[in-house]
Design a protein around this ligand. Sequence first.
Ligand code: NAD
Ligand code: UDP
Length: 327
Amino acid sequence: MQEHGYWGLRLFSRKQILVTGGAGFLGSHLCERLLADGHDVLCVDNFFTGTRDNILSLLDNKRFEFMRHDVTFPLYVEVDEIYNLACPASPNHYQHDPVQTTKTSVHGAINMLGLAKRLGARIFQASTSEVYGDPTVHPQTEDYRGHVNPIGPRACYDEGKRCAETLFFDYRRQHNLNIRVARIFNTYGPRMHIDDGRVVSNFIVQALRGEPITIYGDGSQTRAFCYVDDLIEGFVRLMNTSDDVTGPVNLGNPVEISIRQLATKIIELTGSRSPLLSKPLPSDDPLQRCPDISMAKRLLDWEPTIALEQGLQRCIAYFDQVLRASA
Ligand code: NAD
Ligand code: UDP
């Protein structure tokens, strides 16, 4: 730690912060935010789904360093804090090599927890609403234990993330590690992958290209979408709150919308003439998902501030630019 000064209510210290998965969608926004807050950032990524383009604007920053590394292998670096985000997040990507997905979640967590233990560093885990599976409790609160199919196509991700949470809490109990676990609900924004198959990127790109909007099932399944800037604010607050807060804490936007309504909204905002096209519902696709964020409000004084329409407009502008550049 180097420079000191007041930062909010906390004594500000310039820290060396490791972000695994830092070249991905959320990771690149987090690196940007931590640099803007005055920290030194070490971004570790194997470029499985992340790209150099996502961090291109950071490479000239003297406080930013990139290291190509796979977190399933041990890592020896010196840092003050760790944000562990490395893991493919879209169903298409994580089902592409399911064994590697589980290894990334589980071996990756073991390696990063081992590193945190050696350094006495605080460590944050990017967990997921998928730990609740296809939920039978609605909206989902942190004490709900979930309804996950352990042998289905989503299990490599869901069970991998559940096991990672177990490891975080065992390292806390066994080694007194300072841990933070965030359960992230669907998040969208600029730098989502154009072809990762997630619903927001799919619908926007299809609408902009005038292609049919692919609705899986009857489109009555629901999700709640959080804009990336809101989520990153939640990450930073959770990491910097008092030592007794470990989580898991739900982070997401509690405004629930059906997939069909989302399609209609995106068509409206883009002025597209795309028709709706029904496709089969993938197996184990959760029917309903929405976070209860009372805990985040109480402990972190956090709640999303960016409305869906506003966030979608920014996301549409981003994809419009990407499509024009590649035309
Ligand atoms: P992403 O695919 O854009 O980013 C993941 C990053 O991890 C990529 O840069 C990828 O190259 C890297 N990575 C994957 N395997 C790795 C490995 N073995 N070693 C090193 N790097 C590796 O996905 P994202 O949306 O930015 O998600 C980031 C994290 O947040 C993930 O852990 C994900 O599970 C979690 N999360 C995201 C969402 C969401 O809506 N975006 C929701 C819940 C949880
Ligand atoms: N979905 C859809 N059309 C698409 C992509 C996704 O109808 O082109 C649906 C998908 O079946 C799911 C919801 O949108 O019900 C959210 O899917 P996504 O992959 O974005 O996230 P997750 O299922 O992990 O929440």
